[in-house]
Design a protein around this ligand. Sequence first.
Ligand SMILES: [Zn+2]
Length: 278
Amino acid sequence: MPYLTWMADVLRDAGLRVVEVDGWQSRGNRRGMSDVRGVLLHHTGGSGAGNFPALNYLIQGELPAKPPPVANLGLARDGTWYTIGAGLASHAGRGKWPGIPTDNGNPHLIGVEAQSTGKGDWTPEQLESYPRGVAALLRHLGLPADRAIAHKEWRPGDKIDPAGWPGDINGFRDTVRAYLEDDMPLSDQDIYRIWDFKAHELNNPAAVHSAAVWLVGANMGAWQAEKQLVGLRTAVEKLAEAVGSAQGVNPDDLKKAISDAIAEAAPPALAAPGNGEG
Ligand SMILES: [Zn+2]
């Protein structure tokens, strides 16, 4: 009865933002999962306002009909994934699909609840993040795209979720399949997007900052600082030329004076290595 504690890392490695809900690694309805054979796709319904108003319900459930958790994973409107429960969750209900035990989906299907009213109000971030995350989960499990299953396919006639996806659920699966079959190197746009997500995590106090995230942030900071420094140096030199020739002063003397002043103002360790006493 495994607990799917790998989910956060797998989603992060796909370039996605992840919030780990406290205690998610051991949260399950009395037990862990059985062998996982697919991902069941839901929408939450409910409010059109807020980033993830359904989150508390998904964590706490509603006894006795819905013992917590009500999903293994959540997807907020801003595209952030929430790890809610690594063990058994109450989401599938009765239904059937090839390869999954009939009326017994919960132990075999990772349940994802995405915040949406059910009127097709998916955000651009969700349209990007939902299939990308599902593909990452299936890739980790070694399962094909047709194991991304809509709740309305699991229980047709009764369920409608996830509703209003562009191209409907086959469109969703096509996107998942493209990710799974894509062995080509990442495009510049993909790399930029991953960096952008990683940089965003630096400002997210709920995220666990891996060393890699810190390193990316530090590199980007250093790169920015270097660019600014080069710009500043050029500006100072141009200013020295202009002021020097206008005032009849040697521009080189002026540049040296400025550079001496900067060295004096800089911290001793930077201005004069090895002379840190004082
Ligand atoms: Zn559902």
